[in-house]
Design a protein around this ligand. Structure first.
Ligand code: 6PG
Length: 242
């Protein structure tokens, strides 16, 4: 059973600040003993505010940017300048459209077909994080259907036991995604969930307190083998917890 820590904050602003402080502490801890810190970023809308906070002077000045190696925990299979692109959101919010230092941000090559893009991204990960496949930090969000990354309910990628990255066709979105798999996520040293809003409260309760139904509630399968998983929730997202 992973070491799980629950942090409930009164509102979104408090949530983002607490998560930013946790991430900065985790980064500082990693770089105190390692040359660089590998960190996977989540997509969607919730983390945009967090990335903007990390990019603001209060946090930015304490972050060793050149010692970070950023990946995307999942990506939409769209061009990098597409409004739905997670890379585009990260470039805008975390980097303020400034060019990251070379070799610090690793995008998914969405020019390739989904399967090839997933295989190439896994190869990139193996080159940067090495064969043990242990990322230092993985930031995740949670969908209202309890998906995380692009590991959606009842998709084949949920059963993947070896590959680190898979292509996922999401029926309800009629869209291809490229996603980390549970083997890669669960090898991480620190996993941080960032979940905001009442629309997520039912999914939060199912994942944290519900019966085990991982095919229906995929985020239940985030159980880092040796790592810690922090759940950062605002009160609205935590409102269904008993
Ligand atoms: C994505 C994300 C996805 C996201 C959840 C929550 O690419 O969409 O990685 O897993 O974290 O869907 O999205 P919101 O933050 O937009 O609610």
């Amino acid at each position: 059973m992973a070491n799980r820590k629950l942090h409930v904050l009164p509102d979104n602003a408090g949530l983002l600040r607490a998560a930013a402080e946790c991430l900065c502490d985790a980064i500082a801890d990693v770089v105190s003993t390692k040359e660089y810190c590998t960190m996977a970023l989540s997509g969607g809308s919730t983390p945009r505010g967090l990335y903007e906070l990390l990019a603001a002077p209060a946090f930015s000045e304490s972050i060793p940017w050149n010692k970070l190696r950023f990946f995307l925990g999942d990506e939409r299979h769209v061009p990098h300048d597409h409004p739905d692109s997670n890379l585009r959101m990260v470039r805008e919010s975390l980097f303020g459209n400034r060019e990251p230092a070379p070799g610090t941000l690793f995008p998914v090559d969405t020019r390739l077909d989904p399967k090839e893009a997933a295989m190439k991204y896994e190869q990139t990960l193996r080159e940067v994080i090495g064969k043990d496949g242990a990322l230092d930090i993985v930031l995740l969000g949670l969908g209202d259907d309890a998906h995380t990354a692009s590991l959606f309910p009842h998709t084949d990628a949920l059963q993947e036991k070896n590959a680190w990255v898979k292509e996922v066709y999401v029926e309800k979105l009629n869209a291809w995604r490229i996603s980390f798999t549970f083997p890669l996520i669960n090898a991480a040293r620190t996993v941080v969930f960032l979940v905001s809003g009442a629309s997520k409260s039912s999914a939060v309760r199912q994942v944290l307190q519900g019966e085990r139904e991982p095919d229906t509630f995929p985020a239940q399968s985030v159980q880092p083998h040796d790592g810690v998983v922090h759940w950062f929730l605002d009160e609205a997202a935590a409102s269904a917890l008993k």
